[in-house]
Every structure is written in structure tokens, then in C-alpha cells.
Design a protein around this ligand. Structure first.
Ligand SMILES: [Zn+2]
Length: 102
């Protein structure tokens, strides 16, 4: 799938809502986020891609979602509610990391 239709596919799936801040944005304010960064072994599959606004993407930077969300309870709750298509192992990693960080 070409990158442009890939973006569209994920944005449509997530209703143009940033999974981290639970806010709907126009297309040009959204980015495609690799929940597990590609440089850290994440792939380019639907289960590893979510809709993310530019502000949250800047905050997350190059981190894996579980580190980004460990100390951010609000974004973590939003993510677990919104990211329905994300691999279950990723959701487990997020919950485990949050428990460790408490
Ligand atoms: Zn956001």
C-alpha cells in the first residue's frame, strides 16, 4: 500500500482521532505513529500503527509507547480505549510498564 493511502487507511480506522489525547484533528495535523518504533523492532503493520496528532508525536519522540505512557495516566487510558486495532502484546506491555513505574 502506498504511504499516502496507508495514512488515510489508519486515520479512517481511528476516526481521525489522536489515540493519545483523544481529540479529533484535520488530516494535516495528524501523523502516523509507530507504537513500537521501527528502529526498536516495530513493524509497519496495522497492529503497530496509530493516528497521532503532531503535539503528542513531539512529546512521544522516539520512545516506545509503553515508556511514553508509563507515567502519563490520561494518555495511557486514552490509548487503551482508542487503539482497538493495536496488537494485544503491545497493550500488555503498556499495562506492565505502568505497573512497574508506579
Ligand atoms: Zn494527541
Amino acid at each position: 500500500m502506498p504511504e499516502s493511502s496507508r495514512r488515510k487507511h489508519i486515520f479512517l480506522r481511528d476516526d481521525y482521532r489522536c489515540v493519545y489525547c483523544d481529540t479529533v484533528f484535520p488530516d494535516h495535523d495528524l501523523t502516523l505513529d509507530h507504537v513500537q518504533p521501527r528502529v526498536k523492532g516495530g513493524d509497519h503493520s496495522d497492529g503497530n500503527l496509530v493516528t497521532c496528532c503532531k503535539a503528542c508525536n513531539t512529546l512521544k519522540a522516539g520512545q516506545a509507547a509503553w515508556f511514553f505512557l508509563a507515567s502519563d495516566e490520561l494518555r495511557r487510558k486514552n490509548f487503551l480505549k482508542n487503539a482497538k486495532a493495536v496488537w494485544p502484546r503491545i497493550k500488555r506491555a503498556i499495562e506492565e510498564e505502568a505497573r512497574k513505574t508506579k
